[in-house]
Design a protein around this ligand. Structure first.
Ligand SMILES: *Cc1c(COP(=O)(O)O)cnc(C)c1O
Length: 358
């Protein structure tokens, strides 16, 4: 045997990648990953326990998730004219879309800073990548995006609405102009829809190359891993060929079906998170050495003078947020806090005040 080394066997671009960063999280107040901090009501927990104990985990799941899709249509108000495709988290759907368009030389275009998975997945799929910088206050630079679209002719455009990690909703007319200028597929990522209540779903009927991506992660089910793509049936039928047959497991299907019948509970939690966000934003804005950016999502981006020291100071005091310093030039000294419960937010504010360098 004359086995080749890892370097000889693996793709060079994969070896050059840094893994998606995930922090050590035990024993900390977790305000780093846009999770819903509220537990489910006990009655609902009991119903789920009952369902799970009877689940047919010896059987493969329904590969079409027929019942779950019906529940999604009802809960999210999606008309029967539109198709739905499910993913193991919306990350998986981003990957499927990228693989589907990855002809030699094809490219993915997005804005920057944006959700880091767009760039990573472009790289997995071998797509060229173009990131167009956002303008002042992280607003969309529509002219720059349109110029980059004309120059690169991207097969795929991704825009998150609201944007992560900046939290803002981009100008709607600007978005529409970008959608119309794009020659390939445009995916609007509405991961934070429950908080922002703004959507491009109505445009799906008019614009054939548009898809809308959503997830259950940010509305209280991050552990289930369920994302979905809404769009025209002809596009989704093609993308379905790349979906692994049993990507949504039995337990995810039954628990999500149950919770989607209780959207009232999740909506109340989202409203509470929105009101906590507004309060947290007001408190952050009062601190002289902090610049907080307005958010329509369940997190707030803010800038300090020495982000690394503040981030470490928060960890020392038991609070984990996200350090975005060095993740992008426009995010120098920026941190991102996920909105927690009133009590968690208070702990965060106290720890922040103690960690700020005057
Ligand atoms: C969190 C997030 C996702 C990922 O969601 P999953 O369904 O948990 O994979 C996708 N897009 C954006 C913009 C996000 O912030």
């Amino acid at each position: 045997m004359n086995a080749n080394s890892l370097e000889q066997v693996l793709r060079e671009d994969i070896r050059a990648l840094s893994p998606y960063p995930v922090s050590e999280r035990t024993g900390l107040v977790l305000l780093d990953a846009m999770e819903n901090p509220h537990p489910l009501p006990e009655t609902l927990q009991a119903e789920i326990a009952q369902l799970v104990s009877h689940a047919a985990i010896n059987r493969y799941p329904d590969s079409q998730s027929v019942r779950l899709k019906e529940r999604l249509r009802d809960a999210m108000d999606i008309s029967s004219e539109l198709g739905i495709m499910l993913g193991n988290g919306s990350d998986e759907l981003i990957q499927i879309i990228a693989l589907a368009v990855a002809k030699p030389g094809a490219s993915l275009l997005t804005v920057e800073p944006a959700f880091v998975m767009y760039r990573m997945i472009a790289s997995y799929a071998g797509l060229r990548y173009t990131g167009v910088q956002l303008g002042a206050n992280f607003a969309l630079d529509v002219e720059a995006v349109i110029a980059a679209i004309e120059q690169n002719q991207p097969a795929l455009v991704f825009v998150a609405y609201p944007n992560n990690p900046t939290g803002n909703l981009f100008d709607r007319d600007g978005m529409t102009r970008i959608i119309q200028a794009a020659p390939g597929l445009v995916v609007i990522d509405e991961a934070y829809h429950i908080f922002a209540q703004q959507t491009f779903v109505p445009l799906l009927a008019e614009i054939p190359n548009l898809l809308v991506l959503r997830t259950l992660s940010k509305l209280g089910m991050a552990g289930l891993r369920l994302g979905f793509l809404v769009g025209r049936g002809d596009w989704l039928a093609q993308l379905e060929k790349l979906r692994l047959p049993y990507n949504v497991n039995v337990l995810t299907q039954i628990v999500a079906e149950k919770l989607l019948q209780h959207m009232d509970v999740l909506r109340v939690q989202a409203r509470e998170i929105n009101s906590q966000r507004d309060q947290l934003y007001a408190e952050l804005s009062e601190l002289p050495s902090v610049r907080a950016y307005p958010s329509d999502a369940n997190f707030i981006l803010f800038r300090v003078t020495q982000a690394d020291e503040v981030f470490e100071g928060l960890i020392k005091r038991g609070v984990l947020i996200k350090n975005l310093n060095r993740s992008h030039p426009l995010l120098k000294n920026c941190l991102r806090v996920t909105v927690g419960t009133a009590q968690q937010n208070q702990m965060f504010m106290q720890a922040l005040k103690q960690s700020l360098i005057p």
